[in-house]
Design a protein around this ligand. Structure first.
Ligand code: URA
Length: 189
């Protein structure tokens, strides 16, 4: 099938990401994880950072939290292949620590903003605290703000939990399921 210009451009951008040395995280990663999905795509999911499994496979959400994300999507009759999936930073931080502010800023400016421009989502699902900080600059407790929709340069951002948190805590899982129902309603209207 013929690729569009945006698809080709995103492919080469993602190839650049795989060789990125713009922040310190390249020193400890095995494989950078640019993300994957159709282009253009109505919905973009943004997580925190690659973990151990993603660092080995080069693909987003391939570990336990990825399986959990698949389950959550399954419950609303959707599958990950329908969406573009990426993370706030593209390289695994040492010992899975949260990405630092400068790492977030460098990755957003060099890669994430350009990916968003090419993917052209109408809705971004922010999975967890780091994605919320990365996209909206908010340092808020998710318990207070999940389910809210905030505008980011004309793109709706739905705030929810990271699947890793919801996997561990049943109360969070219940709330995340409500957010995913909301998500389903949003994309079915
Ligand atoms: N968590 C993330 O935020 N991204 C991944 O790719 C895997 C786990």
């Amino acid at each position: 099938m013929k690729m569009t210009l945006d698809e080709k451009t995103l492919d080469s951008l993602n190839e650049e990401i795989r060789h990125c040395t713009k922040c310190r995280l390249w020193q400890s990663r095995k494989i950078a994880v640019p993300g994957e999905g159709p282009v253009p795509c109505r919905v973009l999911f943004i997580g925190e950072a690659p973990g151990n499994m993603e660092d080995k496979t080069g693909k987003p959400f391939t570990g336990m939290s990825g399986k959990f994300l698949d389950l959550m999507l399954n419950e609303i009759d959707m599958k990950r292949q329908q969406f573009y999936i990426t993370s706030s930073v593209k390289c695994r931080p040492p010992k899975n620590r949260p990405p630092k502010d400068d790492e977030l800023a460098i990755c957003k400016e060099n890669w994430l903003n350009k990916q968003i421009y090419l993917i052209k989502p109408q809705l971004i699902v922010l999975l967890g605290k780091t994605a919320l900080k990365q996209m909206l600059g908010l340092n808020e407790n998710l318990v207070n703000c999940h389910g809210r929709i905030i505008d980011y340069h004309g793109i709706e951002c739905l705030i929810t939990f990271h699947p890793a948190a919801s996997m561990r805590f049943p109360k969070i899982r219940k709330e995340m399921k409500k957010d995913f129902q909301r998500f389903k309603e949003m994309i079915n209207t």
